[in-house]
Design a protein around this ligand. Structure first.
Ligand code: ZN
Length: 77
């Protein structure tokens, strides 16, 4: 009986998880489409970089963040 209950609980959790993951996939596609449609009119620009090391020269880049759609990306300076 205990084993049966555990199996049922597992099946229920697996079903719920599959349902949640399917919803997440739809939401992720909608979010991706939104980021493509947005023209990022209020994009925030932040200069960043690291000091490099003995082997690597310093690297500088710009962090871009759109407060409207949430897209984040970087470009070299
Ligand atoms: Zn945007």
């Amino acid at each position: 009986m205990v084993l049966t209950l555990k199996l049922n609980a597992r099946e229920e959790i697996q079903t719920q998880r599959a349902h949640i993951e399917a919803q997440y996939e739809v939401l992720a596609m909608e979010e991706a489409a939104l980021k493509i449609l947005c023209t990022h009119p209020a994009v925030e620009k932040k200069y960043d970089g690291d000091g490099g090391s003995y082997y690597d020269p310093p690297t500088y880049w710009i962090n871009w963040t759109c407060p409207d759609c949430g897209k984040r990306w970087t470009t070299p300076q």
